[in-house]
Write a protein that binds this ligand. Structure first.
Ligand code: CUA
Length: 282
């Protein structure tokens, strides 16, 4: 065993920073590098935020009820944006503010387990979520509110694999088939009461531009009102896989003026009556 020289031993004492900081030594950070790093981070954050914001934009609703849902979507988007900006801002600020400075190897003050902060950042999300729940329940009651005397009732029945739209007040009826998707015609700015049912399995009545969908369940009638504000043609479809013909369960919604509707429903009634007579007679 070689004798240890006390002088050499003292010289060998490691004066470099603790192991967990040592890796940073490999990349000397100059001010120029830092600026580039920040610019890159900003570009990345913007690149992330823009698609997220666009993805959050709901299509404009074409019903009064859907407008309430659209406002709720936007509220959620705004709250999420504020949360995102705050969290990201605090994160970036603390990264910059507490980054290691040259010659400083001490950790910043650690606040893990601080009762005040733990309480605060538990309370804030609770308050936000409670607010969103209240807004959601209020929107839901607006959307599901039914007029005591609607202008028009439409019985919508889903079946494998199409839809039947019946107008009990006039006797008009439109029945689609897999090959011939039906058209649902309703007047604009009138309360349309929908009675939704299924003839066989569970279907789902969905017109994307209403921002609303509802199950058609065998043995149950789901009722709701839709008040279309914009005349036009809109796509509708079944939104629940219901068998091989599910993709054929598309339909068109045509919103017309009240006068056009009166003309259409009269013609449709005559046609339906003739078809029914043809079916029973033949
Ligand atoms: Cu009916 Cu899918």
């Amino acid at each position: 065993m070689a004798p240890v020289d006390p002088v050499d031993h003292a010289a060998a004492v490691d004066r470099s920073p603790p192991a967990r900081f040592r890796w940073r030594r490999k990349i000397p950070l100059t001010p120029k590098h830092r600026v580039h790093g920040h610019a890159r981070t900003t570009v990345r954050l913007v690149g992330l935020a823009v698609p997220l914001l666009l993805a959050g934009c709901a299509p404009q609703s074409v019903t009064e009820q859907g407008a309430a849902i659209g406002r709720l979507y936007n509220l959620f988007l705004a709250v999420a944006a504020v949360v995102w900006v705050t969290v990201t801002g605090v994160m970036v600020w603390s990264l910059v503010r507490y980054r290691r400075k040259d010659g400083d190897d001490r950790l910043p003050k650690q606040i893990h387990g601080n009762k005040y902060w733990e309480f605060t950042w538990t309370l804030i999300p609770l308050v936000i979520i409670a607010g969103l729940i209240v807004a959601t329940v209020r929107t839901q009651s607006t959307v599901l509110q039914q007029q005591p005397d609607p202008d028009l009732t439409v019985e919508v029945t889903g079946f494998q694999w199409s839809w039947r739209f019946a107008y009990p007040e006039s006797g008009a009826e439109v029945v689609g088939s897999s090959r011939r998707p039906p058209e649902l015609v309703v007047p604009a700015n009138r309360t349309v009461h929908v009675r939704l049912a299924s003839a066989d399995v569970i279907h789902n009545f969905y017109i994307p531009r209403t921002l609303f969908k509802r199950y058609a369940i065998p043995g149950t009638t789901n009722e709701f009102d839709l008040t279309f504000t914009e005349p036009g043609r809109y796509d509708g479809n079944c939104a629940q896989f219901c068998g091989f013909g599910h993709p054929d369960m598309v339909f068109t919604l045509r919103v017309v003026t009240a006068e056009e509707f009166a003309g259409w429903v009269t013609a449709a009634r005559v046609r339906s009556t003739a078809e029914r007579a043809g079916t029973t007679g033949g």
